[in-house]
Design a protein around this ligand. Structure first.
Ligand SMILES: NC(=O)C1=CN([C@@H]2O[C@H](COP(=O)(O)OP(=O)(O)OC[C@H]3O[C@@H](n4cnc5c(N)ncnc54)[C@H](O)[C@@H]3O)[C@@H](O)[C@H]2O)C=CC1
Ligand SMILES: NCC(=O)COP(=O)(O)O
Length: 324
């Protein structure tokens, strides 16, 4: 089957999103069809652009110019300083990309980073991030955030909430849902027939038999036993400090963690440049680079596009896996 384009939503114009998208197109544009949604005036100067009316204009890889669904944001960007007037355009680009991916006109959406605070200030953005926004756009389907690189995949069970809110948010239902969506995603999107999932404990040493916290004894172990009884291969709850070294990583296909930093610190330490953020559970494919808007280097031309390139390659491979 002919590959349809992957659409890239512009993300925060004041960040490095436009730059890494342009650089990723320069690296991959001859290999796969791509299209960018945003204000072409926000792309780095000199980026060759072909404004298109709709995605039917992208019938294959386009190496001479980046196909752009041009949307007027009304004003130029200032690198490193978000303009609240751009917030609605940023969200519209994501929503439009979702419509294209969900309708099959695009094979996937790859989202460039948003600045969460700028979207709250400029557009009363009601979600903690893309992950929850995409779930809502898809009809409130249960989703999980996965970050993946060549040697590790991690899933935070709770995402963008304060650390002090984590224990209350971690419920048996939440954990069950996160593990089953992760399991299905590993099969559907990563082609792993019988995945093994490692689950971290919440407390140091996974609670040390209840001496350093009791959530493992209170419910985590019981939930894992239930899920194992359904035939899903699980290990845990494991002490989080000893489950990410190279030898330990060989024993599982994904690690479900209890909170954001427990999951993201290991992967961003192992491969910040090449990590990819994936949303599992959606009816369409979504990936994103693992990094944020990097205001400190925006507009300087020094942003590393490796993660955006990896995100586009992963989106392509996930879309191909779903097409089989
Ligand atoms: N998918 C998304 O939309 C994401 C958005 N964010 C948002 O980004 C904003 C900034 O977050 P931070 O925690 O500062 O993380 P960040 O990833 O934007 O920056 C952290 C450090 O890494 C550097 N860096 C990041 N990407 C780079 C690249 N491609 N090349 C070279 N250096 C790079 C930055 O210059 C900075 O020093 C926040 O509003 C956050 O919510 C963060 C992560 C993902
Ligand atoms: N820390 C990961 C991150 O901020 C990305 O979140 P999302 O926007 O993909 O939900």
């Amino acid at each position: 089957m002919t590959a349809r384009p992957i659409v890239i939503s512009c993300g925060e114009p004041a960040g490095i999103g436009p730059e890494v998208a342009a650089k990723a197109w320069a690296a991959l544009g001859r290999d796969m069809p791509l299209a960018w949604i945003g204000d072409p005036a926000h792309l780095p100067e000199g980026t060759p652009v072909r404004v298109i009316a709709d995605l039917s204009a992208v019938v294959g890889p386009c190496a001479d110019a980046l196909p752009v669904l041009a949307r007027d944001f009304g004003s130029p960007r200032t690198p490193g300083r978000a303009n609240p007037a751009h917030a609605k355009g940023v969200l519209n680009a994501i929503a439009e990309g979702v419509t294209l991916a969900a309708s099959g006109q695009a094979d996937a959406i790859c989202t460039a980073p948003i600045h969460k605070a700028a979207l709250i200030d400029g557009a009363d953005f009601a979600y903690p991030g893309h992950t929850e926004f995409l779930s809502a756009l898809a009809g409130d389907v249960p989703v999980v955030m996965m970050l993946a690189c060549d040697s590790l995949r991690v899933v935070p069970a709770t995402i963008h909430i304060p650390l002090r809110a984590v224990p209350a948010a971690l419920t048996p239902d939440l954990l069950r849902g996160v593990i089953t969506v992760t399991h299905s995603g590993l099969i559907r999107d990563f082609g792993i027939a019988d995945p093994v999932i490692a689950v971290a404990g919440l407390n140091p040493h996974a609670g040390e038999d209840g001496k350093i916290g009791t959530e493992e004894l209170d419910f985590i172990t019981a939930v894992l036993d239930e899920i194992r009884a359904d035939g899903i291969k699980l290990t845990g709850p494991l002490p989080a400090d000893t489950m990410f070294h190279a030898a330990a990583r060989k024993h599982y296909d994904a690690a479900v963690c209890m909170y954001h930093d427990q999951a993201l610190i290991p992967i961003k330490t192992i491969d910040f440049a090449g990590g990819v953020n994936v949303t599992l559970g959606l009816p369409f494919v979504r990936t994103s680079p693992d990094h944020g808007t990097a205001f400190d280097i925006a507009g300087k031309g020094v942003a590393d596009p490796t993660s955006m390139i990896a995100a586009l390659r992963m989106a392509r491979s996930m879309a191909d896996a779903r097409a089989i």
